[in-house]
Design a protein around this ligand. Structure first.
Ligand code: ADP
Length: 497
């Protein structure tokens, strides 16, 4: 019997619901997880599939990637806001990775995925995806044991199974898992948006009601069969007022069904020895090639050729990422000989401050605003150090990518950063630098600690190599999810891993 067949001889079947999935659509780490977790589950013997929107250009992207794309010839019809919205279901596959893409031009035309203001128009795409996930199980010959929901944008699935006049008919057909990738985004809406969604009955204290607003994440916490967060530390942090974002009390009272499972990395995609974005490939046995790549990249990017270390940063430029303490630390660190390369977009204030610094110190700091997948890979592959001074970090994938690409992480001790990085000075097996205080001073002190080690080439090489050899693949974490699915469904199986 296959390792993940149940006692009835059937594979465990899981449908992942996500508003973004790499490499078809991506804003942040959720997209990476929506692609790599189902792949890892497949590898572990689970029939894991994904449903996600076909935003403009996504079907072409599938084609460009050389994936299979077929029209299932099935349509989904969802009544919302006194209208019937119809989507065509496409089936994309890459190897045995199966993705259902919902083509709905009116709802899924906005490539930016998330809007600044969650008005009713902005909510409808997420409501549609959440409800379509249920309807899909009736439309296609795929009947999951578990529906796995990712973040606030899909949280209405479990709410609808309880409170919607039609979708409550799905109750009992499968179990639901709700993963909190970032509790800062809760889907707060005025209660009168619920009526057009058929969910007005959910507005009360044991439902979505939250200080007079409707809170979509609150509903999923109450109504899902299991809740997970993307690192063990974050699962504890969100139970305290500091990181609970107003939901800590509710989460504490549901902690019996909460688990923290660390995100993994897709080790095939993030592999510096084969990465097509790097002009020179390397691995831990060929660090001199990494140096060659770094020299080429620094030359092309217009940064000064100097003996000081290059610090990289790839990510959203928001307060969560510690930009308010990062920016004041840059000037003093440049004077200490550091160079910087930033890629990201976000808060216009932080974007402006970074651009100002790049004008003030051309050659010492290069800033690219926007999203650039290829440049991100080059930054991971060429930086000596990679900085993440996050205020909070549910898991963080960038530090894991940096490790694999030989850039030594300098991170604040919070959430998944604490779970994944071990300090060089606290442990002989350490491969990064951690700081606790949320301050520019702590960033500067920690970078100076790293600088002292950087100037000792054999010590530094040792640190780089330890990081590159760490295994942050999905192997262990995917098995944690398999155990969770089995636990909530009661379906038996044998562990592999
Ligand atoms: P978050 O999900 O909070 O944004 P993570 O560290 O979990 O942060 O994941 C970020 C992912 O998004 C990484 O794969 C990172 O390389 C990628 N990324 C973030 N910003 C950009 C950007 N501007 N260009 C390219 N990739 C980016």
């Amino acid at each position: 019997m296959d390792s993940n067949e149940s006692s009835t001889g059937q594979k465990l079947k899981v449908l992942h619901v996500s508003p973004e999935m790499a490499p078809l659509s991506k804003v942040g780490g959720l997209a990476d997880v929506a692609d790599s977790l189902p792949r890892a589950l497949r590898y572990a013997g689970v029939d894991a599939r994904v449903v996600t929107p076909a935003y403009g250009g996504v079907l072409d992207r599938v084609h460009d990637l050389g994936w299979n794309l077929s029209d299932t010839r099935k349509m989904l019809r969802i009544a919302m806001n006194w209208e019937v919205f119809t989507a065509r279901i496409w089936k994309a596959s890459s190897g045995d990775h199966v993705i259902y893409l919902l083509e709905q031009e009116e709802l899924f035309s906005d490539k930016s995925i998330y809007r600044e203001n969650l008005d009713l128009k902005g909510l409808l795409p997420f409501a549609f995806l959440s409800l379509a996930a249920l309807e899909l199980t009736r439309t296609l010959p795929f009947s999951p044991d578990v529906i796995h929901l990712h973040d606030w944008g899909t949280s209405l699935t479990s709410t609808a199974m309880k409170w919607h006049p039609y979708f409550s008919g799905f109750a009992g057909k499968f179990k639901t898992v709700f993963t909190i990738h970032n509790l800062a985004h809760q889907g707060l809406i005025p209660p009168d948006f619920l009526q057009p969604l058929g969910l007005h009955k959910a507005f009360h204290i044991n439902g979505l009601e939250f200080y007079g607003m409707a809170n979509l994440v609150k509903g999923a916490i109450i109504d899902s069969d299991a809740i997970t967060t993307v690192s063990p530390t974050y699962s504890h942090e969100i139970q305290s007022p500091d990181a609970g974002m107003g939901l800590d009390g509710l989460i504490r009272s549901h902690s019996w069904k909460l688990r923290g499972i660390l995100n993994g990395l897709d080790m095939d995609y993030w592999d510096p020895s084969t990465d097509p974005a790097l002009e020179i490939n390397f691995d831990s046995s060929s660090l001199s090639l990494r140096k060659d790549f770094q020299d080429t990249f620094i030359g092309e990017s217009g940064l000064d050729d100097s003996p000081g270390p290059l610090i990289g940063s790839v990510g959203r430029l928001y307060l969560q990422k510690g930009m308010d303490i990062m920016i004041p630390a840059i000037r003093p660190l440049i004077h200490e000989g550091f160079r910087f390369i930033f890629l990201g977009s976000g808060d216009p204030y932080f974007e402006g401050e970074l651009m100002q610094l790049s004008r003030e110190f051309p050659g010492r700091i290069r800033v690219t605003l926007g999203y650039d997948e290829s440049l991100a890979h080059k930054i991971y592959g060429s930086s000596d150090m990679f900085i993440m001074p996050s205020l909070f970090e549910p898991c963080g994938l960038s530090q894991l990518i940096a490790l694999r690409y030989g850039a030594v992480p300098i991170v604040r001790e919070t959430g998944g950063l604490s779970d994944t990085i071990v300090d060089v000075h606290g442990d002989p097996e350490g491969y990064g630098y951690l700081f606790h205080d949320y301050s520019s001073h702590a960033i500067i002190q920690t970078c100076l600690r790293a600088l002292a080690d950087f100037h000792d080439p054999s010590k530094w090489e040792n640190i780089v190599l330890k990081g590159m050899k760490k295994d942050f693949s999905w192997n262990n974490s995917a098995m944690e999810y398999v155990k969770l699915y089995r636990h909530i469904t009661g379906l038996a199986g044998h562990e592999t891993g």
